[in-house]
Write a protein that binds this ligand. Structure first.
Ligand SMILES: N[C@@H](CCC(=O)N[C@@H](CS)C(=O)NCC(=O)O)C(=O)O
Length: 290
């Protein structure tokens, strides 16, 4: 293994503001707001503050699925939080998520607003609120929750570990890439074995476990993350690929991917979503033409 220039940690760590990493401008060793900024509130019961990263897409996919299944109470306003510009550190956003990360949801349908942060918590909250996309039979429910929490615990190794060191770090460190590529491939193999036996992650039905896992691991095998499909030989995980294609064909999933999206084809970017008709009339290709 090649020897990266040896780093000897000092006795006490201190903050080097410009460490050269892709997100050096927004990463801080402290929490809390950096500026005063109230959050906007729209007319619908649910207010989502997010961005179309894999963690954000989970929630917009579930909301679009709920609406497609006839749950009108899932109507939502999706507001854009540009994390690259530090909008997650505005006082209003921090009030909804003290952890300053998208996605964050406020449910204003009851007598007092209810805040929910962490994408897994939001999926669970919405699935329970509407009685949808989560089985009620105890064994099936346990399986669904197990895979939902598997995603929450596993994806940081894919994103913060593999993705960071493969695509974003200022230097390529063989040890780090090797360690997290191995773990990412192990996780893909876990999914592949499961999906060889079952149509969906939790069993026979499409659930919030699929909705949580698809944007990360479906995205990875589709070549959407970190330009790493060839490096990780994603074609080997054929059951994951079968499942990723099946989920990706759902109309609600395709709509959910567009919401709060600020990259890719202009026709695929719906920066804010306030009405179902916005998908036809307010994508960025149409905004630019105005
Ligand atoms: N465990 C969290 C992770 C959320 C997360 O990492 N969000 C990222 C974007 S994908 C973010 O907002 N980053 C901004 C920052 O770290 O300042 C969840 O699932 O909601």
């Amino acid at each position: 293994m090649s020897n990266p220039s040896e780093y000897v940690p000092p006795k006490v760590w201190s903050w080097n503001k410009d460490n050269g990493g892709r997100f050096a401008n927004i990463n801080r060793p402290v929490s809390g707001p950096t500026h005063d900024k109230p959050l906007p509130v729209g007319r619908h019961p649910l207010q989502l503050y997010s961005l179309a990263t894999p963690n954000g897409v989970k929630v917009t996919v579930l909301l679009e699925e709920l609406l497609a299944a006839g749950h009108h109470g899932a109507e939502y306003d999706a507001w854009l939080i540009r994390i690259g510009e530090g909008e997650q550190f505005g006082s209003g956003f921090v009030g909804v998520n003290p952890n300053s990360k998208i996605p964050a949801l406020v449910d204003r349908s009851g007598p007092a607003p209810i805040r929910v942060f962490e994408s897994g918590a939001i999926l669970l909250y919405l699935a329970e609120k509407f009685g949808a996309f989560m089985p009620t039979e105890p064994a099936a429910r346990a399986e669904c929750l197990s895979w939902l929490f598997w995603q929450m615990g596993s994806a940081p190794y894919l994103g913060g570990g593999f993705g960071h060191f493969y695509a974003y770090a200022p230097t390529r460190i063989e040890y780090a890439i090797d360690r997290f590529a191995m773990e990412t491939k192990r996780q893909l193999d876990v999914l592949d074995k499961r999906l060889a036996e079952r149509e969906y992650i939790a069993g026979d039905d499409y659930t919030i476990a699929d909705i949580a896992i698809w944007p990360w691991y479906g995205g990875l095998v589709n070549g959407w993350l970190y330009d790493a499909a060839e490096f990780l030989s994603v074609q080997d995980y054929r059951h994951v690929r079968r499942w990723a294609d099946m989920i990706g064909e759902r109309a609600a999933v395709q709509r959910g991917r567009m919401v709060n999206r600020t990259f890719g084809e202009l026709s695929s970017q719906l920066h804010e979503r306030h009405d179902a008709s916005d998908f036809d009339t307010r994508t960025q290709d149409k905004q630019d033409a105005v």
